[in-house]
Design a binder for this molecule. Structure first.
Ligand code: C5P
Length: 218
């Protein structure tokens, strides 16, 4: 039998990454932040000047993207790009290439390869719908658009970056719209996914809820 998988899908800055990483830690499971793969592919395209609409070339590059995950850091072509892939610019590029079906197919197997015992917790947009349709537990995690904008703003300010709340809220809205409107693997709650609205929840409460759901069915 395949190792269990918990998927957390949802819009940008909903807190799904933080919650997924903590759930993985508490259960002793592996963790995959699938967005980082799209961000790495985007950064690779920018570095190698591959136009973001050149689907065939991007897909070819994605199949053998030279990446590594070590000690909580992310590497692209042997360079530590953990912080670089988090920029809003790379997020927007990732969202653009994420709309390309061939690029998505190229990343499919790479994501499935993360499924190992004792289990996997993963977050993204289509983890429950496309990548792991047989997931043990599927969660759709969201928060109000205002709250998500505030969270991203605080995150950037906390890192010492300059940030404009209104601009961030606009960028998040644009990205959500593109992610939800694309014909392939659009962002949406699957009928078999449980809804977790974190607008008024602490991170710990959200983590507890996911673990409680998982323990009730596992
Ligand atoms: O989650 P994160 O903000 O890092 O994702 C960056 C972009 O990558 C998203 O806006 C989305 O377009 C794309 N993505 C995706 N499918 C995933 C994960 C991310 O299309 N499973």
């Amino acid at each position: 039998m395949s190792a269990p998988v918990i998927t957390l899908d949802g819009p940008s800055a909903s807190g799904k990454g933080t919650v997924a990483a903590m759930v993985a830690l508490r259960l002793g499971f592996h963790y995959l932040d699938s967005g980082s793969l799209y961000r790495l592919a985007a950064l690779y395209a920018v570095r190698h000047q591959i136009p973001l609409d050149n689907e065939a070339k991007l897909a070819m590059a994605a199949v053998r993207l030279p990446i590594a995950f070590r000690d909580g850091r992310v590497w692209l072509e042997d360079i530590d790009v953990t912080d670089e892939i988090r920029s809003e610019d790379i997020g927007l590029c990732a969202s653009r290439i994420g709309a390309l079906p061939a690029l998505r197919s190229a990343l499919l197997q790479r994501q499935r390869d993360f499924r190992h015992p004792p289990g996997l917790v993963t977050d993204g947009r289509d983890m429950g719908s496309v990548v792991f349709p047989d997931a043990t537990l599927k969660v759709f995690l969201t928060a109000s658009a205002d709250e998500r904008g505030r969270r991203r703003y605080k995150q950037l300010i906390g890192k010492g970056a300059s940030a404009n709340l209104q601009q961030i809220q606009q960028d998040i809205a644009d990205r959500d719209e593109r992610d939800a409107a694309r014909p392939v693997a659009p962002l949406r709650q699957e009928p078999d996914a449980r809804l977790l609205d974190t607008t008024r929840l602490t991170i710990d409460a959200a983590v507890d809820q996911v673990i409680e759901w998982y323990r009730a069915i596992a």
